[in-house]
Structures are given as C-alpha cells and as structure tokens.
Design a protein around this ligand. Structure first.
Ligand SMILES: Cc1cc2nc3c(=O)[nH]c(=O)nc-3n(C[C@H](O)[C@H](O)[C@H](O)COP(=O)(O)OP(=O)(O)OC[C@H]3O[C@@H](n4cnc5c(N)ncnc54)[C@H](O)[C@@H]3O)c2cc1C
Length: 417
C-alpha cells in the first residue's frame, strides 16, 4: 500500500471497530486490518449486551431500535447454583439485550468502514516497534507501517505478545467457552423471554448459559483453560453435547444439538494486563484482558477500552508524541472508568469459584432475600455497583446490633437494615 496512515488498528471486532470509528470521525487517517476475508464474520459469543453499553454508545441503541441488528431484550433471569438451587429474577426494564455477533459486529464494521480505510483478509503475524514507527507483517509477507498501532486482535493477540505486554503466564489465566448457536427449529428453550445462568463449578471455575436470540438458541459452557487442557482436550464437542443433554433432562431445552455449530474460543478471565501500553502501541478489548472475570462479559469492556484507546491515540497523533509516557494516559483513563469494576470481578471470581460452597449458600440466601437477588443480578449485568452488593451482604450476614456498632465506628453512610 502506498498510502500513509496516522494509525493502524489490528482487529475489527467491537474494540477495533469502536476505536476506528471514533478516530475516523475525528479526521485521523486510520487503516483498519482484519484477518476475516469478509464481514459479517463468525465470532463465538453469547451476544449478551448489558444496558450500560447502550448508554455509553447511543449509536448502538439507534441501530438496535432501527432493526439493523435484530435483538431480543430480556428482563428475566433463571439463576442456578452448583447444587441445583434455582431462583428467578424479573424486572420491568430489559436486563440484557441479546444479539448475534454475526449481525452486531457487521453493523459496527460498517460504521468504521464509512470513515477509515479497511483491509480484510490480512492476518498480522509479526509486530516490530522501531524508533520512529511500528512495522507489521502479514502472513503473506506484506508490510504495513504507521507511527502507532492499536492492538485489538483478541485473546491470542499477536500485538500483545510481540510487544512483551502479554506473557505466557498471563495466557494460562484464560477460560475456554464451548458453545453453539442453532436455529429454533432444531434446538429450543422452555422460556424464550429469559436468560438462564448456571454457576456450574468444574474444578475451580465454571459457568453455563442459555441465551435465546430472535431466531436462534445460543448456549454454552465455560471453564478455566488449565482444566480444559487437563480434562477436556480433544473432547470439547463431546462435553458440549453432554451439557445439552443435562439441560434437556432438566426440561430447559428441547430438540437436538448441532455438532457442526459447536465452537470453542478462549476468553481472558484474570483481569486487564498489568500494562496495556508501550511505545507506539495500545491494547484494547480481549487483547488487553478487558473482560469481567466473574461474568465473562467482554463486549462492553472491548468497546469502552477501544473508545478510551482512541482518545489517547488522538492526543498522541495531535502532539506527534508516541512514547510510553504520552500513552500512559490510556491506562489511567481505563482505570478510572472500568478499572475497579474489573478488579472486583477478579476478587469475586477467586472468592466464589473456589469449591467452598459459597455459590450455593449465596443463591440459597438470594431465594429468601429479594434485594440480595436484585443486587446479584444487577451487579452481574453491570447495573448495580459492587459496593452496594457487598454492603448488603455484610448487612444480611452480620447481626443488626453488630452492624449498627460497625456503622457507628466507621461512620459508613448506609441505611440501617
Ligand atoms: C463463547 C463466548 C461467549 C461470550 N459471551 C459473551 C456475552 O454474552 N457478552 C459479552 O459481553 N461478552 C461475551 N464474550 C466475550 C466477548 O466475546 C469478547 O470479550 C469480545 O468479543 C472482545 O472483543 P474484541 O474486539 O476485543 O475481540 P474480537 O471480538 O475477538 O475481535 C477481534 C478481531 O480481530 C481479528 N484478528 C484476530 N487476530 C488477528 C490477526 N493476527 N490479524 C488480523 N486480525 C486479527 C479477528 O478476526 C476479529 O475480527 C464471550 C466470549 C466467548 C468466547
């Protein structure tokens, strides 16, 4: 290519497309690369959008409302603990908006494409940061250069590994999610107006879900990568079929699994990387580890980190300064917006998913305590703050007289239980 660009963005998923759209609209010359030969393209995902995503990115609300992306808004959740205790939560407004990534990512891509240069079918295999530019090489040997790069190339990010920002150790902290998305004529669910969440422990971590879309049923099961490699390597499809059978026996789904639709994909579930920037490079989305370690929600964080990376890149491009010091503002920006949220998600994962029976106890308690249930679901869907959930749990597990003494001692501004 003989055109010159201010920035190259590798990966046109939610993180990369969001950054590209924002920078292109600001007049920056962006080259957006993706290994997919065409959009729409497949991306294994549950496709659950939290309501906060629609508030943060109003144009998403617009394309959902306009029918550009079919959506099933659900306002009911069936939550099941490892011991089989089940509780149902409902509210007036939608809790989660269920879309298919096939359609959603294509809509984001179209917006990015309208304001920047796009190359599809380009797989980057090498990234070299030089004193005055970044050089990327594709699997066909084509070279791309620009003053800076945003790596939005997902969980196995080449940009993160080649810049030393992701190490092998960080890679071990992944989960593997095994899923299918099958039309209702083949696989159906008892209640298409709810999502089903199963906190189903394997060894240290595990969850299952059923997400009904407008025309498809999406269901999956996630576990930590180390357990997957130990217990499921080469047997993922078999395990998935067994999981569908379990759901059929419980009466949640009917019909048949579609083995051809089975897919497994890694998710980083240990929080953001310690450092998400270096000279001339920023990481966004899964490439930087921006996934909720408790719920595995990643689309909101991918778009938020993509947007914040675009802000930092715009400032750097305007000043023509691409050093680490200049780009460190990105890390401060995401820490301010989503840092504590992601940090808490890691703490909750470690606390709950450790085989101690805490999940069973929590779900049993939530069955009796509607406010606790509201906060668990609200926190999981990004609608309630961690502090609200924690304070409520403290209040409901500590006798009232102890709580009033604690309150008096530390002066906490919370109302009496
Ligand atoms: C099975 C499963 C279920 C999930 N369910 C949910 C859910 O319900 N809700 C939710 O919020 N999150 C969910 N997640 C997480 C969510 O899918 C991710 O966090 C999100 O897709 C991250 O967006 P991204 O833009 O960083 O990466 P991606 O969406 O993976 O996009 C990365 C892009 O980079 C391209 N690419 C990769 N490598 C290269 C390369 N070397 N060269 C060029 N291009 C490259 C890819 O083709 C792709 O288009 C789920 C994840 C999985 C695996």
């Amino acid at each position: 290519m003989d055109q010159s660009f201010d920035i190259i963005i590798v990966g046109a998923g939610p993180a990369g497309a969001t950054a590209a759209y924002q920078l292109g609209q600001a007049g920056v010359r962006v080259l957006l690369l993706d290994k997919a030969a065409e959009f729409p393209r497949e991306k294994p995902c549950g496709g659950g959008l939290s309501a906060r995503l629609l508030h943060r990115f109003p144009y998403v609300q617009e394309f959902l409302s306009a029918g550009e992306v079919p959506v099933n808004p659900v306002s009911r959740v069936h939550l099941q603990s490892p011991d089989g205790t089940r509780v149902t939560y409902r509210q007036a407004e939608p809790i989660l908006y269920l879309i298919r990534r096939w359609e959603f990512d294509a809509a984001l891509f179209r917006r990015a494409e309208s304001v920047c240069t796009v190359r599809k079918g380009v797989t980057i295999r090498r990234c070299l940061v030089k004193p005055d530019h970044v050089e990327l090489e594709s699997t066909t040997g084509e070279l791309f250069t620009a003053p800076m790069v945003i790596g939005a190339d997902s969980a196995n990010s080449v940009i993160a590994r080649h810049t030393g920002l992701r190490s092998e150790a960080a890679h071990k902290e992944y989960a593997v999610d095994m899923m299918e998305e099958t039309t209702y004529d083949r696989l159906d669910v008892a209640d298409r107006e709810s999502i089903y969440l199963f906190l189903t422990l394997t060894e240290t971590f595990g969850y299952g879900y059923i997400f009904p879309k407008t025309q498809h049923l999406n269901l999956g099961f996630g576990c930590k990568l180390d357990w997957y490699l130990k217990a499921l390597r080469g047997k993922g499809a078999e395990h998935h079929a067994g999981w569908v059978d379990t759901l059929k026996r419980q009466g949640d789904v009917t019909g048949e699994t579609n083995p051809a639709g089975y897919k497994a994909f890694p998710i980083p579930v240990s929080g953001p990387l310690a450092k998400t920037y270096t000279d001339r490079v920023l990481l966004a989305g899964d490439a930087g580890g921006f996934v909720n370690a408790f719920t595995a929600e990643g689309i909101f964080y991918a778009m938020a980190s993509g947007s914040l990376a675009a802000d930092a890149a715009l400032a750097a491009i305007r000043k023509q300064r691409y050093d680490e010091r200049e780009l460190s503002g990105y890390q401060r920006a995401w820490q301010a917006e989503i840092g504590s949220d992601l940090q808490h998600s890691v703490e909750i994962q470690h606390r709950l998913f450790n085989g101690s029976g805490r999940i069973d106890a929590l779900v049993r308690k939530a069955k009796q305590d509607s406010e606790l249930l509201r906060l668990i679901i609200g926190y999981s869907m990004g609608a309630a703050r961690y502090e609200e959930l924690r304070n409520h749990m403290m209040r409901s597990t500590v006798p009232t007289w102890v709580w009033s003494k604690v309150k008096a001692a530390v002066g906490l501004a919370v109302s009496a239980h």
